[in-house]
Design a binder for this molecule. Sequence first.
Ligand SMILES: [Zn+2]
Length: 271
Amino acid sequence: MKIIHRIGFRATDAQRRELEALGVKVPAGIAMPGGGNAFVAFDVTEGHSNWIQIRTLLQRWDISGGAVRTKFSNAEIAAASWLELGAWHHGYPQPNEGVFGYRQATYDLTDWCEQCSVGMTQRASFQMKGEPTWGRNSMLQLVWVYDEIFVKPELWTSVFKPHGIGCRVVMNTKGAELKTVVQVLIEEEVGIVTDGLPFEECMRCRRAKYLPITRGAFPSLTSGPSQAIVKTKEYFGSGGQANKRVLVSRDLARALAAGNVRGAELRPVAK
Ligand SMILES: [Zn+2]
């Protein structure tokens, strides 16, 4: 497991030399409008032999530790019983994306909070502009809808259906069924161990949502799911964004890997 920081700032020549002396490869940088120091962006892993000094330098310069992400080895992914599943982000849910028209069209909003966005329940098929331009991918997530997975029908048939997982049609905005995409039906929800997870409490509805997990494994489950794909009961996100997370069993993850499925991203769930 590698914890990676994406650092970005406008570097002076002196700062660049100090970082390079610690073994950081600093790229040429991008000239900024109005001149001044070029903007540089680069990755540093916490496993870097000079990580402590690098972090200290950045702190002294008042530069943020950057966006953190975690890269897992194939062995770590293979050893996990459950994995968080993410997919290629492609397209916006319809209709009227400028005013989030998909909410009314797709969800029962009785328990929905407009402040924190917790509490939507799906009541109708998702709508897309048209058939997805899949390229070499066969799994996607719509922007804003990070608790649903959409796949090519043949992928549902070959991988999801044998695991007892259903699917749901996707429509275009004129009410016609799309032919090259289905929604994977995720019916079961599971709780996670939330001790120590940072969260926001909504001022309006008082419900909690957790900050997205970017560092290390996904939190442990409180019980063993019976289905091969489930959602968390808990919501994640910040501000006006709230989504549950999608988890898959090791068997399903292996079937996806064996099918060489493009567009899937896996994070181990802690034991
Ligand atoms: Zn709320």
